[in-house]
Ligand binder design. Structure first.
Ligand code: FAD
Length: 282
């Protein structure tokens, strides 16, 4: 496969800060710095059923007011259709152009049952209510979604989201480029032509990386875990190693034809900026 010929797109993901001062700090200190890399958009996660729901909207609107292209994540959770339609109408009136559409992860303390609405149902709802007003992103899992009963079935459900009207996809993070290559090949065989942007998680701290990875099912290769364990007490060494390793991963993904890179920034700008500079994406 050849490297992509057009400049890869960059996008940066935030989670909504808890309060207004936090939102202001995020925009001034973090979005301000990352904005210099000229991203296509900043996206803001959504805690379906949780306390961050209004924070997503507020953060998105603050980003828009500061002149950035801001993209909310959205999932149905336990909400009814009318509530979601109200949110969509609000986004439309505020100039939102793109939405990341998800089933969502249920917040802890929300009860035993998982959300019943999969992402495909929400793509259908948005297309029915809003037509083509939004560019819709959905999630993809090169290492297979942890709830899926097989790789084949996961791909089938992914294809259904695209066929329902999603325009492109962003992947869960992974540290094994072969998983992405294999996923692209399987998608091509299944007739999926939508762009699939790899999600990139910079490595700055082993403990938090293990926590996130356990939750979302991302595989941390044994050798990587061992190397990071050796440097766990030296934060600067962990960051330097992580920047170098993730830069090389991104380089390989771009060579495989990745149309862009989507960074899970965890509301920080340092490691992401260094990786983009290493890749000369600035
Ligand atoms: P779906 O596409 O609905 O798939 C979920 C599971 O159900 C998969 O195993 C799939 O194979 C299966 N499935 C799909 N359709 C069907 C069907 N019709 N019948 C039976 N099974 C089916 N979580 C949040 O809470 N907030 C966020 O803001 C957020 N942002 C994210 C951004 C990205 C880029 C990614 C990759 C993930 C994000 N997540 C977020 C996590 C995501 O919500 C979880 O991974 C969730 O468990 C699955 O969401 P999904 O949209 O992929 O679900």
């Amino acid at each position: 496969m050849n490297a992509t010929t057009t400049a890869p797109s960059l996008s940066f993901e935030f989670f909504p800060p808890r309060d207004v001062p936090g939102q202001k700090r995020l925009i001034e200190n973090v979005a301000g710095k990352l904005g210099a890399l000229e991203p296509s958009f900043f996206s803001v996660t959504y805690g379906a059923g949780g306390t961050t729901r209004d924070g997503t909207r507020q953060t998105v609107y603050r980003l828009i007011d500061a002149g950035f292209n801001a993209v909310p994540h959205l999932s149905m959770g336990a909400d009814d259709k009318t509530h979601i339609q109200t949110i969509l109408d609000d986004y439309c009136s505020r100039g939102v152009k793109r939405i990341v559409v998800l089933r969502g992860d249920q917040p802890s303390g929300f009860g035993a049952n998982r959300f019943t609405h999969n992402a495909e149902a929400l793509v259908n709802l948005i297309r029915t209510h809003c037509g083509d007003q939004f560019h819709l992103e959905v999630a993809a899992y090169p290492e297979i979604h942890p709830d899926a009963s097989s790789a084949e079935q996961d791909l089938e459900f992914f294809k259904r989201k695209i066929d329902a009207g999603a325009d492109s996809a962003i992947t869960q993070y992974f540290y094994n480029a072969d998983a992405y290559e294999n996923f692209l090949e399987r998608c091509a065989k299944a007739g999926i032509t939508a762009p699939i942007v790899p999600g990139i998680m910079p490595i700055t701290n082993l403990a938090s990386l293990m926590r996130f990875s356990q939750k979302c099912g991302a595989d941390i290769p044994r050798w990587l875990n061992n190397v990071l364990t050796d440097t766990a007490d030296d934060q600067q060494a962990t960051i330097d190693f992580g920047v170098d390793f993730v830069s090389r991963l991104c380089e390989r993904l771009l060579q495989l034809g990745a149309p862009g890179l989507h960074f899970y920034t965890l509301n920080r700008w340092g490691a992401t900026t260094r990786i983009c500079q290493n890749l000369a994406l600035h």
